[in-house]
Ligand binder design. Structure first.
Ligand SMILES: Cc1cc2nc3c(=O)[nH]c(=O)nc-3n(C[C@H](O)[C@H](O)[C@H](O)COP(=O)(O)O)c2cc1C
Length: 205
């Protein structure tokens, strides 16, 4: 990101890494294994939702790889007004939305949220965190104490501040260890996705 006028809200590409370190959330391993062991058998499919946003397609590839293994429903988060395709334009718009703490209008609805126990939530890192439409979505829909599993594509900042922001938006959710990968590697990430799903106890085969 090339524009830098305020240290708080403007990130240089170099600073992505800094935020990644600052933003890392340590998951309690004991909690993880106790949550996941009960799902290991027979939880495939219909209690899972893969909810994702993708501007240029990288995050969608990971969403599809998760679906390939886990089944479940897949919903793409879309805004009423689509983001510009031009890179500089979307970078500017996303930056402004974050600075203004905006809530972009969303076109997506989640029918039957109550039927899901496990929600995979996928996003590209935008200025170190989740794109602002997720703030709109997660203020509209109460995730409650469902299990939330983030996944993220990025260009170096990994999860950045996103896990903290998700915890603030979904304070009762049980958040499991997420998956992150550089956007350019998303297409070839199936093996890493599988290893992660095994690690968190969702994939047992
Ligand atoms: C508006 C915008 C902001 C971005 N901010 C970051 C960032 O803070 N850190 C980072 O590592 N990558 C950042 N990127 C790169 C994207 O996270 C990365 O290319 C991602 O894989 C795009 O996913 P998508 O194809 O699903 O949209 C940004 C990209 C855009 C368009």
């Amino acid at each position: 990101m090339k524009r830098t006028t305020s240290p708080d809200s403007h990130l240089s590409r170099r600073n992505f890494l800094k935020y990644a370190v600052m933003g890392t959330v340590v998951i309690n391993a004991a909690m993880l294994s106790s949550f996941s062991s009960s799902w290991a058998a027979g939880s495939k499919g219909n209690n899972m939702l893969i909810l994702y946003f993708s501007h240029s397609g990288n995050t969608r590839k990971i969403a599809e790889q998760i679906r390939e293994r886990m089944g479940g429903d897949m919903i793409e988060l879309k805004t009423v007004t689509p983001y510009p395709k031009d890179y500089d334009a979307v970078v500017d718009q996303a930056q402004q939305e974050q600075q203004n703490n905006a809530r972009p209008q969303i076109a997506t609805e989640i029918p039957n949220l109550e039927k899901y126990d496990i929600i995979f939530l996928g996003f590209p890192s935008w200025w170190g965190t989740i794109p602002m439409p997720f703030f709109t979505l997660l203020e509209k829909y109460d995730i409650g104490d469902k299990t939330l599993i983030p996944f993220c594509t990025h260009e170096g900042s990994r999860f950045g501040r996103s896990e903290q922001d998700l915890k603030r938006l979904c304070p009762r959710a049980r958040m499991l260890e997420g998956f992150e990968v550089r956007g350019s590697r998303a297409g070839g990430a199936q093996r890493n996705v599988d290893a992660w799903l095994h690690k968190i106890g969702l994939l047992t085969e």
